[in-house]
Design a binder for this molecule. Structure first.
Ligand code: LLP
Length: 458
């Protein structure tokens, strides 16, 4: 190999293997990064994050602009949120979707204006609602009838003359999409949203009841209807079906009350590639399909187009980050029929990436501190935790000479990696280190044993 070679999908845009066999991300050699920051570490390619944020936004703006609709894009902070990334999202023209008081606090600390924030949650506390109103959030996405009463009370508590709360009603359309049952949120037997379906005994759907209730309250301003159908969605058809259902509900509400809600939010969920060679439909094409479905449905229903919004998390953050580990124990394990598998243990595991254990998610790994032997072996990358389900990568071909002290990286861990990390077995959580133009910057520092002990009051 002579020049640096891009690693390609599923790695971040600026990950290359140099002529000496070691990987650099945005000009930073992973060996230097490991020496300075230690491992495990999440290595976030800043320019890739910014480019993805911008290109998701521009793809949606172009597709909806072409049919005559405006669009706002909210970065879903649950995928990964820190003060710096909230700022990047803001600088790239995105708004920020938060789902708890904690995420709201981070976005506010970043200086994202309140009106560019949304607050989600199926069980928001009164304190979270009060704080959202105080911050002047642009939208509270209401998830139940009981919550409507609590938002009304929170507005009243702010005193006479308080601004009405801008609310969207989250509905479930029966569309089930995405990678795993637990990450698909719009089918009926689950905790989110209000169903658009007529109840068995007849009468208004819970969604319609919530919408008409909002309209009756001067403390509330009805912005629109929200639908999020799932995550890691690779087929845009689900979005189109959900959009038609939401737009039909919007038209029905207008017919009954004369109030045509100005906005429709179709949530997040755009899928990414986790493995080399994995085909992922490109976002401009998905955006065009959704825009065509929205425009078609509005024509059929005879209603003007709403303003649209979307809440991508994974598609912005996921591919931008790799997790850098040091290899420890390497152990061949015999399988049936004379086969064997090399168990390669790294210095992290299910505490920094729970997705394989929780969803059976598949990841890709590579030796990154050197090229390694041309001969490869069937390997399984495991962590250091005390259970056999502590698997980071189920199956991957690694150089046969992989050995203790090597650096191993797992690709596409930027979404739901650090944000779902735990302290299982009292393992401190890794830092998030941004790399850009040859420079590193720690966004979230490594947790220490002292941090953990500080919580333990003895
Ligand atoms: N908006 C709402 C209302 C959501 O519930 C979610 C994700 C998103 C936006 C962002 O979805 P994304 O674009 O990232 O797919 N922990 C799971 C994913 C849970 C997603 C929950 N909601 C995972 O690791 O796959």
């Amino acid at each position: 190999m002579t020049a640096a070679e891009p690693l390609g999908v599923p790695w971040s845009a600026h990950a290359v293997r140099g002529a000496d066999g070691a990987v650099r991300v945005a000009g930073v050699d992973v060996r230097d990064l490991a020496a300075e920051q230690g491992t495990p570490a999440y290595v976030l390619d800043e320019a890739d994050f910014r480019d993805r944020a911008r290109s998701v936004r521009t793809a949606l703006e172009a597709a909806f602009g072409a049919v005559g609709a405006g669009v706002d894009v909210y970065y879903a902070g649950k995928a990964f949120l820190s003060v710096a990334v909230a700022r990047w999202a803001h600088e790239e023209g995105l708004r920020v979707d938060t789902s708890t008081g904690g995420e709201l606090a981070v976005a506010l600390r970043a200086g994202v204006p309140g009106e560019h924030l949304g607050l989600h949650g199926n069980n928001k506390s009164d304190a979270e609602l009060a704080r959202a109103l105080e911050a002047g959030v642009g939208r509270i996405i209401v998830d139940s009838l009981g919550e409507l009463d609590r938002v009304v009370a929170a507005v009243r508590a702010r005193g006479a003359g308080a601004e009405p709360a801008p609310v969207m009603v989250r509905v479930t359309t029966g569309v089930h999409a995405g990678g795993h049952e637990y990450i698909s949120t719009a089918h009926e037997d689950q905790k989110f949203g209000l169903s658009v379906a007529t109840p068995p005994g007849g009468g208004d759907s819970p969604a319609m009841t919530a919408l008409t209730t909002v309209l009756r309250h001067p403390e509330l301003r009805l912005l629109g209807i929200h639908s999020h159908i799932g995550s890691q969605i690779l087929d845009p058809a689900g979005f189109a079906v959900a959009a038609r259902s939401v737009l039909a509900l919007r038209a029905e509400l207008a017919e009954r009350t004369g109030h045509l809600v100005p906005e429709v939010d179709l949530g997040g969920g755009f899928g990414i590639a986790y493995l080399p060679g994995e085909e992922v439909p490109d976002l401009p094409r998905i955006a065009e399909e959704i825009a065509a479905a929205v425009a078609g449905a509005c024509t059929e229903l005879g209603t003007p187009l709403p303003r649209l919004s979307f809440e991508p998390g994974r598609a912005v953050a996921g591919p931008t980050t790799l997790t850098l580990y040091t290899v420890g124990t390497v152990k061949p394990v015999s399988l049936e029929a004379g086969r064997s598998r090399l168990y390669v243990a790294v210095d992290g595991g299910m505490s920094d990436n729970i997705r394989p254990a929780l969803y059976g998610a598949h990841y890709h790994a590579a030796l990154v501190s050197r090229t390694g032997s041309a001969e490869t072996v069937l390997a399984r990358v495991v962590g250091k935790h005390c259970e056999s389900g502590d698997i980071v990568v189920h199956e991957v071909q690694l150089p046969a000479d992989v050995r203790p002290g090597d650096l191993l990286a797992v690709a596409a861990t930027g979404a739901y990696g650090r944000s779902m990390a735990s302290n299982y077995n009292h393992v401190p959580r890794p830092p998030v280190v941004a790399v850009r133009d040859g420079a590193t910057r720690v966004l979230v520092r490594r947790e220490t044993e002292d941090d953990l002990l500080a919580l333990d009051l003895g």
